[in-house]
Design a protein around this ligand. Structure first.
Ligand code: CDT
Length: 302
């Protein structure tokens, strides 16, 4: 299993150059015997939600209208030649005009296994000039209503989530209840969190905290893959990690740039947790958790 961390992608960097970087990591992965390689969220472009525009259509060049498309076909072909599957995050513009923050999962034969469209869309819809930079994901992407699926692939049960999704325990549990054995998560996380900068020094801690908890509490591998480093003047968290069902980090990136992180991931190891402490069928009490799906915000007692 490989995590293909990316460093920054400049605003003017074209798809051809970016796909070349993705292929360089794929070639390294082939040398290391990787069978599944995970790229970050929005792995083909700069993180464009940091800029406001009145005219979203003027940003259409950041979105993919087909997958594979003319530029990404090269990646699909190289992966198939290596017999490596991959997960790739990208901005999706559908034929009927919907915009999603999506990830495609492709098997080692070049066949699409599934697509995931981000459920939890963070940030804001309108320009907020008080911020040093914007986080306009809610302007550029719709919330998907498709939920969290799990697919039979790569000899196990594979799920996907994207960046902010990893902070929500419901994300992991939705997939845990489908028996997930490995969750693939790409992220772009600016170190500076404008609404509450006291969280800035804790970004690395929170990143691992939520993914390690999600792994352990659901007895699943979690692979978290960053686009890190300083992109267009904004520093983003790296620290990509492969996390075991025990919650332990078994491999972690040491740079903030393009870097391949590899680990042997035995999916059977999930059983240690799924069949003991977290034997859901035996111990869960869903009738005690009614608020989780019936209520959105907090209702305090009188
Ligand atoms: N891409 C993404 O979801 N990033 C968010 C940033 C914090 S919300 C402004 C994250 O949860 O990492």
């Amino acid at each position: 299993m490989g995590a293909a961390q990316l460093g920054p992608i400049a605003r003017e960097e074209n798809r051809h150059t970016v796909v070349g970087r993705l292929i360089a990591l794929l070639d390294q992965a082939a040398d290391r015997g990787v069978d599944l390689l995970v790229y970050p969220e929005l792995a083909l472009t700069t993180f464009f939600p940091r800029w406001y525009t009145d005219d979203i259509a003027g940003y259409d060049h950041y979105y993919e209208t087909e997958m594979p498309g003319p530029e990404t076909k090269r990646l699909f072909d190289t992966a198939r030649n290596h017999g490596i599957g991959f997960a790739l995050g990208y901005a999706e513009l559908t034929p009927d005009g919907h915009r999603y923050n999506s990830t495609i999962l492709v098997d080692g034969g070049g066949n699409e296994v599934g697509r995931y469209r981000k459920v939890h869309i963070p940030g804001h819809e309108d320009d907020e000039p008080w911020r040093p930079f914007q986080h306009l994901e809610r302007r550029y992407f719709e919330e998907s209503n498709e939920g969290f699926s799990v697919w039979r692939a790569f000899g196990g049960l594979i799920g996907m989530a994207t960046c902010n999704d990893r902070r929500w325990p419901e994300t992991y549990r939705e997939m845990g209840l489908q028996g997930v054995e490995m969750i693939l998560i790409g992220y772009n996380t600016p170190i500076h969190y404008a609404p509450d900068p006291v969280q800035n020094p804790l970004q690395g801690f929170h990143n691992h905290l939520c993914m390690q908890a999600g792994a352990y509490q659901n007895g699943t591998w979690v692979v978290g893959v960053a686009k890190g480093g300083t992109e267009e003047g904004i520093e983003s968290l790296a620290q990509s990690a492969i996390i075991a069902p025990s919650g332990q980090i078994v491999a972690q990136a040491v740079t903030t740039g393009d870097e391949l992180v590899v680990a042997d991931c035995d999916l059977d190891w999930c059983r240690h947790y799924k069949e003991t402490l977290f034997d859901f069928g035996r111990y869960r009490r869903p009738e005690m958790y009614q608020r989780i799906t019936s209520q959105k915000g907090v209702i305090e007692p009188d």
